[in-house]
Design a protein around this ligand. Structure first.
Ligand code: SF4
Length: 104
């Protein structure tokens, strides 16, 4: 399973994130008629590369924003907060190391 397809699919609520990448392929195939499977595959990859990116999606540019449960639940905002916290922790860690080096 392509990582873009997995991410976009669970964000859009097409699959449960908990099923994992390995089972998501079969779950998605059940949703789409075989004749549309390749186009669906390509569109999800494009969506994941261009708009619904990791770590942060660009929801303001997304044509399916009004259909997206992850967006509706504040997923992007929570993710933004999480990333900011991680950056702050990394800076604190780096500052502690720098102070430790100067004091030793
Ligand atoms: S609204 Fe945001 S999270 Fe939902 S599919 Fe679009 S880009 Fe992804």
């Amino acid at each position: 399973m392509d990582t873009h397809i997995f991410r976009v699919s669970w964000r859009l609520g097409l699959i449960d994130e908990a099923i994992g990448e390995s089972k998501s392929h079969d779950a998605l195939l059940k949703l789409v008629p075989p004749k549309d499977a390749f186009r669906f595959h390509v569109l999800l990859i494009q969506q994941g590369r261009i708009v619904c990116r990791a770590p942060l999606p660009e929801c303001t540019k997304c044509v399916v924003q009004d259909l997206c449960p992850w967006h509706a639940k504040g997923g992007p905002e929570k993710r933004r907060t999480e990333l900011a916290k991680n950056r702050l922790k990394a800076k604190e860690k780096s500052a502690k190391r720098a102070v430790g080096r100067r004091l030793s």
